[in-house]
Structures are given as structure tokens and as C-alpha cells.
Write a protein that binds this ligand. Structure first.
Ligand code: ACO
Length: 402
């Protein structure tokens, strides 16, 4: 703590904690996380139980409204979400303006932000709870449409419109993969695996993207604008972008001859910026409970789909080597959720640069729940202070005298 207020002649202290390693930004009743014990619970429910027994839409309801839905609440909610999957036809014109090499995360955040234009009453910070709820439903419903369309733009295929007879994940998969000239039947194994991955990503308390959503929303910016900002925060390779980087790293190791030790040594070399992607976590210091579930799911899904992926063998070798290496042990660096999620996405046929979009699809209910909690609790605008390290007062020098 530096007493800069005293330097300014005021009373009071400013704490400085770069990266907020020990600073809570809010109180929250949504997600409990114990990094030492490797515990993760949504609204009190164990992540292991939810991943095994629940569905993504049910988890979304739980996170956003606080309780698991009963049968009729669940049916009403799913019906509402499926009714709003279609997007305004003019949004397709925005999509058409993107070059095909646009990263789908940039396309996704732009399309989500465009909802502020198509639903301008969402800009009113004092709108009714019912109206806010409509925005929530619209977001959950339209996100898979946008995500699949961002992919279609990339590959240059015509977009598919939603099929509301399908469940959430099957509808998304059909919009992603169906081609006009071919029949496409969603593989239930793929849809189930995707549903489980989305549950595991659905919330993770005050991480970088969630804090972004809360801080943008704290200025009373609209829900759509706040979620769009969260997507951009998630994009970076130190956060959601890690799942894409993991596969790229594993492929690079394979292309280099498969010498995992060489890459382990590179990651330990402090003169080399290379880090072992998918290892380490700001909060989990013993294991990431999601990584445990996902590792097993990766084995199951690959076996069920009959996929034999040499990249998975490299992943397992790397994990084994790191877990027995003093550098990683001393720093408590364990595989995180993204280490294995990319392998499953690959097996499901999702292209690498769509991995972070998949993460965004999963994290959406968490972002919404956190935004809603922040607004309902009437939290003040997020406005951190700083410790100034620049020049003292000095006189202006005209340009011809510099
Ligand atoms: N490879 C090699 N060394 C690492 C790694 C890694 N993946 N992660 C951390 N370290 C080292 C650091 O160099 C540092 O070493 P030092 O004490 O000798 O200087 C020490 O471990 C602590 O690392 P920090 O960067 O201070 O830890 P922080 O909590 O700030 O970072 C993070 C956490 C960003 C996740 C980091 O571990 C990382 O970059 N991992 C790789 C990227 C990744 O997988 N991100 C996904 C995160 S999970 C998610 O968003 C879903």
C-alpha cells in the first residue's frame, strides 16, 4: 500500500494489487471456488454432479435465476429460448461484410453488439425486469446462431437457419455442419459431449471476461454491449484463447518429431517467452476439477466416436512429464480445463479457431448471471485507482524550443 493520498495532501490509502491477485471485486452468490481443494460449485451444486446429471439449459437457468427449475419452469424456459433463435435478416448483411479470414471471435462479438441496434430499448438502464429477461432469453437463443454463422462466413458456405425442433446443442451442430446438398443427422454422442463441455465452462466467478462484463455493465451499458465486451476479453491466449493455443502447441510438438521434453525445457527457460499452454491457473493450485472431468470425457468421446488422435497421446505424455517435473510441481502448474477441451472439440469436428467461440457459448449464462447480480445489487460503477509514477509538475515548452 502506498500512501499517495498523503502525497496529494488527502487522507486515506490506496492498495495496489496488479492482476487483482488478492483483491475481491464484489460479493457474489453464484459460484463457489476453492483453488486449494479443487472445488467448483454453481449455486451450491457440485460441478461433478451437474456435468453428469444436468443439461446446459438447466444449468443456465440455475446460474441466472438461482435455483434448479422444476419441470414446468424448465419447459417454459427451453420453449422461450428456442422461440428466439432466429435473428433479424439484416444482421446477415453485417455478417456478409466480414472478410472470410475474420476470426470468428471478432465476428461473434460484433454480431452480439449489433443487437443493441436491433433492440434499442435494451439501452434503457431503467427498463423492467421482464424486459431484461427478454434480452437474456434472446442472448441465449441467438448466440448459437451467431456462432455457427461466424463459422459459415469463414468457410464461405451459406448459413443455415435454426431448427427449433432440436435441443440446444443439436440445433447448433446442425447450423454449423449441415450443407444444403447433403442430409445431416446430429450424432447424439457429439451433442451430449458438447452439452457437457458447455456446462463445465458455464461460470467461473470473477475471471477476466466475467470481471469485464461486470465492469462494463457497472456503467449501466446494455447487457448486449457488456456481453460483447466479455467475448473480447475471453479471446486472449491467456484466457479463453488458450484452448486454441493448446492444440496449436500439441500440433507443433508433433510436427517437430514429438519430443515433449524439448518443449518442457523451452517452457522452463526464463529467456524464452514460450509457456506450456493449458497449464497453470490463477486460482487452482492443486488441480482443476473441470480438467479431471474433461480428461475422462476426452477418453470416452474418442472411444465412442472411434477416433484415434496422436495429439491426445502427446497431450498425455506432456501432462505426465510436467507432473513429474520440479519446475511445474514447485509452481503448482497443473493442466487446466483448456488442456483437454480442445482435444474433444477436435474429435467433434469443430475447427481450431472456433474453440474459443465454443468457450464463449458455454460461458454465456455465467456472464449473464453475473451482470444481472451486479445490477440487482445496485453495485457502484467500477473505477479502480492507481499509483501515479510519471513526471512531477513541469512547464509547457513551445514546439520550436523542444
Ligand atoms: N508454462 C510455464 N511456466 C508457467 C506457466 C506455463 N503455462 N504458467 C505459469 N508459469 C510460471 C511463471 O513463469 C511464473 O514463474 P516464476 O515464478 O519463476 O516467475 C509462475 O509460473 C507463476 O506464473 P504467473 O504468470 O505469475 O501466474 P498467473 O496466476 O499470473 O497466471 C496463467 C496464470 C495466465 C493461467 C498462466 O499460468 C499461463 O499463462 N498459463 C498458460 C495459458 C493458459 O493455459 N491459460 C488458460 C487459463 S484457464 C482459462 O482461462 C480457462
Amino acid at each position: 500500500a502506498v500512501n499517495i493520498a498523503k502525497l496529494r495532501g488527502e487522507s486515506g490509502l490506496i492498495t495496489i494489487d496488479p492482476g487483482y491477485k488478492n483483491t475481491g471485486s464484489t460479493k457474489s452468490a453464484i459460484t463457489f471456488l476453492d483453488g486449494e481443494q479443487g472445488i467448483l460449485r454453481y449455486r451450491g451444486y457440485r460441478i461433478e454432479d451437474l456435468a453428469e446429471k444436468s443439461t446446459f439449459l438447466e444449468v443456465a437457468y440455475l446460474l441466472i435465476y438461482g435455483e434448479l427449475p422444476n419441470q414446468s419452469e424448465y419447459e417454459k424456459f427451453s420453449r422461450e429460448v428456442t422461440t428466439h433463435t432466429l435473428v433479424h435478416e439484416d444482421i446477415k448483411k453485417i455478417l456478409d461484410g466480414f472478410p472470410s479470414n475474420a476470426h470468428p471471435m471478432g465476428v461473434l462479438s460484433s454480431l452480439i453488439c449489433s443487437l443493441t441496434a436491433f433492440y434499442p430499448n435494451s439501452l434503457d438502464p431503467n427498463r423492467s425486469a421482464e424486459d431484461v429477461n427478454l434480452s437474456i432469453v434472446r442472448l441465449l437463443a441467438k448466440m448459437p446462431t451467431f456462432a455457427a454463422w461466424a463459422y459459415k462466413n469463414e468457410v464461405g458456405h451459406p448459413v443455415n437457419y435454426p431448427d427449433n425442433s432440436l435441443d440446444y446443442c443439436s440445433n447448433f451442430l446442425k447450423m454449423m455442419f449441415a450443407l444444403p446438398a447433403e442430409n445431416y443427422d446430429v450424432d447424439p454422442v457429439v451433442a451430449k459431449a458438447l452439452d457437457q463441455l458447455l456446462i463445465l465452462h458455464a461460470d467461473h466467478e470473477q475471471n477476466c471476461s466475467t470481471s469485464t462484463v461486470r465492469i462494463v455493465g457497472s456503467s449501466h451499458a446494455s447487457l448486449y454491449a457488456s456481453i460483447s465486451a466479455g467475448i473480447n476479453a475471453l479471446w486472449g491466449p491467456l484466457h479463453g484463447g488458450a484452448n486454441q493455443s493448446v492444440i496449436e502447441m500439441l500440433e507443433a510438438i508433433k510436427a517437430d518429431g514429438g519430443d515433449t521434453k524439448k518443449f518442457l525445457d523451452k517452457a522452463k527457460d526464463k529467456n524464452d517467452p514460450f509457456r506450456l499452454m493449458g497449464f497453470g491457473h490463477r486460482v487452482y493450485k492443486n488441480f482443476d476439477p473441470r480438467a479431471k472431468i474433461i480428461k475422462k470425457a476426452a477418453d470416452d468421446v474418442l472411444a465412442k466416436l472411434g477416433v484415434n488422435d496422436p495429439v491426445l497421446d502427446i497431450a498425455k505424455e506432456l501432462e505426465e512429464a510436467a507432473l513429474n517435473d520440479p519446475y511445474f510441481v514447485e509452481r503448482k502448474l497443473y493442466p487446466n480445463v483448456d488442456f483437454y477441451s480442445g482435444i474433444i472439440y477436435r474429435a467433434l469436428g469443430i475447427p481450431t479457431d472456433m474453440f474459443t467461440v465454443m468457450f464463449a457459448l458455454g460461458r454465456l449464462p455465467g456472464w449473464i448471471a453475473q451482470w444481472k447480480e451486479m445490477r440487482e445489487n445496485n453495485e457502484p460503477i467500477g473505477r479502480p485507482r492507481q499509483v501515479y509514477t510519471g513526471a512531477n509538475e513541469r512547464d509547457y515548452v513551445s514546439i520550436n524550443k523542444r
